[in-house]
Design a protein around this ligand. Structure first.
Ligand code: AHR
Length: 563
């Protein structure tokens, strides 16, 4: 009961904060203008959809032609767009990653072996930690040494935070899965000194008191911190700051929170990521404008390398869509909403281009994914939801958007890694199951650091219940070994699609691939039936340099082409 109340106020706080921010940005009238604008958009949108639905051509039997021109290769798809997020929230860290060294669940120094093995296969490039909203209330000293400080987690259910998973455990976890640290600083309730000392503790090689304390805690060598988040959602749970107030904090933290690791001075320098927008509407544009303008006019004494952006697929707050037990309408609604990511990335990239035409600052989508209603019977503050085939399609659509914006979107973190929101993995005591989203990330491994290759096609639309979506989505990329990789998503949950790929710039000799689909749009993997949604090999033909294959309805397919 207490949890439910905590969660309700949390959900209310979200909408309230977002609205407060809207009111702050223009003295109140902007909110009304935005509502009016939404109404007129909705009217226009409905009219358009009605027209499209009645005139949409029947394309079921048609072969769709895709063209990829390898000679027009573009930007590198930064492996960091496949980053993940592990917050101290529900069973994300405790039970999901950390079971403690005395657990009967097989573990290495307290970290679950099954989860590590599964994550290793994803080649997770970076993990954002410890929050989220939790990050702005995290005091790192509570989580080091033999005697941990027991605190509370007021953001997420008000439960006990044992702090048994702290800095050293996080770094050990990263070592075990082969990933890099993206540490989120406490700007909301911490101090610049606390944050600066955390970095000394983690990165100093010289025998300072803090470096010696790290050594006494089992790690004499300095840790590598690849990415530093300067606050989290500072416009809401991170401290309700205005852009100007946040900028004054950003400049202080950017100046004083230094990385001393000798291996990170010239090469592999730590990248600093500033808090950015939480939506696409005009008030968020103001935030991006303010931070990017400050960046353009910066002095030698501070810097930033990335601008964070958060966007969940939620349709409306508080999240009310079911994560399982839904039908085609909810499938189409959620996918329609997730495609708003394109608009969001384009709008904020355009603002960034004004102040940073050389694209030195990355747009870092460090919280994205589907946010549904909590599973009945779960603690609402723990954000537990199922993960279905719909989430696999959703993940592919978002990753493709990031890849198409590879020149600006160079990092992203799905929310979250284990047991929370759109998770890769779900656990229950000693049991573990891999979700459909996990398999999408696995299938996309070859796209990490591959070079984007433009793909063009016209596959028409899929329409259901007045909702119209592009029927197909596709990206392609060249890996370092000269192989071409292509991902094609068939959004249509009812009709298969035959595709023929024409390749310019290479002569295809052979091809192979795998596809992820399942009987229903809400099919899930459970502890009892783990492989309902798992990739299977697909037959791909190559004839006279042309590649042909048939895509199952509601499927995500990745093929590789040898030349
Ligand atoms: O991922 C859950 C929460 O969503 C994060 O803590 C916060 O940053 C965001 O609002």
């Amino acid at each position: 009961m207490q949890f439910a109340l905590t969660y309700k106020s949390q959900a209310a706080a979200y909408s309230q904060n977002r609205n407060l921010f809207a009111m702050w940005s223009s003295g109140g009238w902007f909110v009304k203008r935005s509502i009016l604008r939404r109404c007129s958009h909705a009217l226009l949108f409905n009219l358009t959809l009605t027209t499209m639905a009645t005139t949409a051509p029947v394309v079921a039997a048609q072969k769709v032609l895709l063209s990829a021109d390898v000679s027009r290769a573009g930007a590198k798809i930064d492996r960091n767009i496949f980053g993940q997020f592990a917050e101290h929230l529900g069973h994300g860290v405790y039970e999901g990653i950390w079971v403690g060294p005395d657990s009967t669940i097989p573990n290495t120094r307290g970290i679950r072996n099954d989860v590590v093995a599964a994550l290793k296969a994803l080649k997770v490039p970076n993990v954002r930690w410890p929050g989220g909203c939790f990050g702005d209330e995290y005091h790192w000293r509570d989580g080091i040494g033999p005697q941990r400080v027991i605190t509370l987690n007021p953001n997420w259910g008000g439960v006990i935070e044992p702090n048994s998973f702290g800095t050293n455990e996080f770094m050990d976890f990263l070592d075990q899965i082969g990933s890099e640290a993206y540490v989120s600083l406490n700007v909301g309730s911490g101090t610049p000194r606390e944050a600066a000392e955390w970095l000394v503790y983690m990165t100093a090689a010289q025998p300072t008191t803090l470096a010696k304390e790290r050594a006494a805690n089992g790690h004499p060598a300095p840790y590598k911190v690849g990415y530093l988040g300067i606050g989290n959602e500072s416009w809401a749970c991170g401290g309700n700051m205005t852009p100007d107030y946040y900028l004054s904090q950003l400049k202080i933290y950017s100046r004083f929170v230094r990385n001393f690791n000798p291996a990170q001075q010239d090469k592999q320098q730590m990248l600093k990521i500033a808090v950015g927008p939480g939506g696409s509407e005009t008030e968020w544009g103001y935030w991006t404008e303010a931070v990017m303008k400050a960046y353009e006019n910066r002095q030698w004494s501070w810097d930033m390398d990335g601008l964070s952006m958060h966007s969940y697929t939620v349709v409306r707050w508080p999240p009310s869509f079911k994560s399982v037990g839904f039908g085609e309408t909810e499938y189409a609604q959620i996918l329609k909403t997730t495609l708003d990511m394109e608009d969001l990335v384009s709008k904020h990239s355009a603002i960034m281009d004004k102040y940073d035409p050389q694209k030195k600052v990355a747009l870092v989508v460090d919280e994205w994914g589907a946010w549904y209603a909590p599973l009945p019977g779960s603690n609402p503050g723990f954000l537990v939801q199922q993960n279905s085939l719909r989430d696999a399609v959703l993940a592919a659509l978002n990753l493709n958007i990031f890849a198409r914006h590879a020149d600006r979107v160079r990092m992203a973190n799905i929310a979250q890694m284990v047991n929370v929101l759109q998770a890769m993995i779900m656990t229950d005591k000693e049991k573990m199951v891999l979700t459909p989203t996990y398999y999408v990330f696995k299938m996309y491994v070859p796209f990490q650091d591959a070079t984007f290759v433009p793909v063009s096609f016209d596959a028409g639309t899929y329409a259901h219940d007045n909702i119209t979506l592009p029927r197909l989505d596709a990206i392609a990329a060249n890996d370092k070994a000269g192989r071409l990789w292509m991902e094609v998503t068939n959004v249509d949950p009812n009709e298969p699609v035959e595709i023929e790929v024409n390749l310019a710039g290479i002569t295809a000799k052979s091809a192979a691939g795998e596809t992820l689909t399942a009987p229903k749009v809400d099919s899930v993997n459970t502890f009892a039936a783990r492989n309902t949604v798992a990739p299977k090999p697909i037959s791909v033909k190559v004839q006279s340099g042309k590649v042909t294959l048939k895509l199952e309805p509601k499927s995500v397919t990745v093929i590789s082409v040898e030349q």
